[in-house]
Ligand binder design. Structure first.
Ligand code: FMN
Length: 153
């Protein structure tokens, strides 16, 4: 039995949280900035939250391009990651300079979406065309911002 309080540190070589809450589905999120430049990135803090209307969500550990784009345009596309697409999905996590296109960098093809301007990954067998319903800034249990908390490791 191993007990730790996250605020006191875990005392292990690696933070066990990711390994404990796993496996996780991947939110492979395509978005577009207001200048029409496409963006694609994986988010494993992802899940489906409601049937009707269908609601999915992902969490970004920081203010990343996907978040900024979705906040600005209100649209995104979720793409299903298959075993065959795993390497390409990983490649799209590379932090390219803002505006550089992860679709091309990972050798993927864009296909037009029907309901949103954001393209989908053509190689992916399932795509959800999404509109932003909510954006939430997570807080600590005390209601404060967690972004300034030091990593207690
Ligand atoms: C498999 C995988 C899962 C990831 N999950 C997350 C996540 O849940 N939250 C997050 O902030 N970053 C996650 N990342 C890192 C982002 O993909 C990475 O920071 C990326 O550059 C963000 O792209 P963007 O700035 O274009 O949105 C993950 C990376 C990989 C390879």
């Amino acid at each position: 039995m191993y007990f730790y309080q996250p605020s006191q540190g875990h005392g292990l070589p690696h933070d066990p949280l990711n390994a404990i809450v796993g496996p996780r589905p991947i939110g492979w999120i395509a978005s577009q900035d207001t200048a029409g430049r496409d963006n694609l990135a994986p988010y494993s803090f992802f899940n489906c939250f409601n049937y009707h209307p269908p609601i999915i969500g992902f969490a970004s550990t920081g203010w990343k391009d996907s978040v900024r784009n979705i906040m600005e345009t209100g649209e995104f596309v979720w793409n299903l990651t298959t075993r065959e697409l795993a390497s390409a999905m990983n490649e799209t996590s590379a932090s390219l300079p803002h505006g550089e296109d992860e679709f091309f960098a990972a050798g993927l093809t864009k296909a037009e979406s029907r309901l949103v301007k954001v393209p989908r990954v053509a190689q992916s067998p399932v795509n959800f065309e999404c509109r932003l319903s909510q954006s939430i800034q997570l807080t600590t249990a005390q209601g404060g911002s967690h972004r300034n908390l030091a990593d207690p490791r």
